[in-house]
Structures are given as C-alpha cells and as structure tokens.
Design a protein around this ligand. Sequence first.
Ligand SMILES: CC(C)(COP(=O)(O)OP(=O)(O)OC[C@H]1O[C@@H](n2cnc3c(N)ncnc32)[C@H](O)[C@@H]1OP(=O)(O)O)[C@@H](O)C(=O)NCCC(=O)NCCS
Length: 187
Amino acid sequence: MHIDDGELTAGVTLRLLAAEDAQALAAAYAANRAHLAPWEPVRPEAFFTPEGQRQRIQELLRRHAEDSLVPWVFEEADGRIVGAITLTGISRGPFCSAHLGYWVDAGRQGRGLAGAAVARVCRFARDTAGLHRIEASTLLENTGSQRVLAKSGFDRIGTAPRYLHINGRWRDCHLYQRVLHDSDPVL
Ligand SMILES: CC(C)(COP(=O)(O)OP(=O)(O)OC[C@H]1O[C@@H](n2cnc3c(N)ncnc32)[C@H](O)[C@@H]1OP(=O)(O)O)[C@@H](O)C(=O)NCCC(=O)NCCS
C-alpha cells in the first residue's frame, strides 16, 4: 500500500516507522517523558529503552502488515524523531473506520506539525486506504489536541465517561470523527 510520506513542514519529514528506529524512538520518548505523561497510558520502563522499542516496533510492523494499523514518525534531517502519528484499529466492511493518535516533541510544538500530519493521514485514509471515517479522542482538558482536530475537519460527536486509562486512571474523553467520503464500502 502506498504510504503518503514526504516533507510535512520545513525540515520535518513524515515517513513510515521502520525496524531501524528503535534507538531514535527510545531517545524521543525518553526526552518527552514528562511532556507526554499526562496524555498517555502509564509506560513500563522498557518503553524508554532501545530494546523495548525494538520489540514494540516489531509488533507495530506486524500489525501494519496485517492491515490493522499504520505507524508514521516525524523525522528531522539529522535523523531525530520529533513525533509520531498512527492509525490503529483499521476496520473494513460496513464500518470502514480507524482511530487516530499523535504526539509532537515538546520543543517542536506550535509549528503546525500536528495539523499538517493529520491532514496528510486523512488524505491517505481516504484516497489510499479507502476508509470512510476516522475517529479520535482527547481528554477533556486537552485543548491543544481539540484545536488540531477541529482545524482538521473533525466534529465532536460526544463525551464518553471513563473511556481511556490515561496516566494511571480511567478518564472521560471527548470523541471526534471526520467522515472522509460517502462512497459504498467494499463488502
Ligand atoms: C496536541 C499536540 C499534538 C499539538 O501539536 P502541534 O504540532 O503543536 O499542533 P499545531 O502546531 O499543528 O497546532 C494546530 C492548532 O492547534 C493550536 N494549538 C496547539 N496546541 C495548543 C494548545 N496547547 N492550546 C491551544 N491551542 C493549541 C495551534 O495554535 C494551532 O491553531 P492555530 O493555527 O489557530 O494557531 C502537541 O501539543 C502534543 O503532542 N501534545 C501532547 C500529546 C497529545 O496531547 N497528543 C494528542 C492526544 S489526543
């Protein structure tokens, strides 16, 4: 399946996660540990090590090969990873949908990276993956992510109580969706 990669914003490229990224990804998650902690599940210590990331990447690429997930990273010219965006739970048939998640390095926020990546991934989901819809969820206080989604054409469709286990407890989330087209699915 063609992956819609290439330059995202000045000096930052969107590309598919690769088996060779374990070192760079572990370094990125270690550097952004405090920045991401309020918005993510509690990570085991191994998550911040090259070996932990090697195993995680292997699993993500396995699921990518099965067509249930697409993992991209944001890469700077020097090879540093400064964010990621992932379509998970890709479902075909009458649902034809996937879930979207993303993060941006603490020092690279506010430059339009997330917005550009969401636009690119929505295009991929519609034109290449043939999905009908993408959904996303944010904590109620994550106004940054809500702004990214609203600017990217997502509608808020509700609020789900105790929806995700984030930073150590079950948290309510706002749910968002963007409908990409209304063609019939391949059944
Ligand atoms: C949320 C996050 C992905 C935004 O990334 P980003 O690259 O800074 O976003 P962008 O630069 O594309 O911003 C898009 C819009 O959102 C706005 N925005 C971004 N962060 C914001 C914040 N914290 N508060 C208010 N607005 C914010 C920007 O100003 C911009 O709007 P504008 O063009 O009208 O000014 C980033 O802050 C992040 O990684 N946060 C921690 C992890 C996270 O929350 N992930 C999402 C989980 S649902």
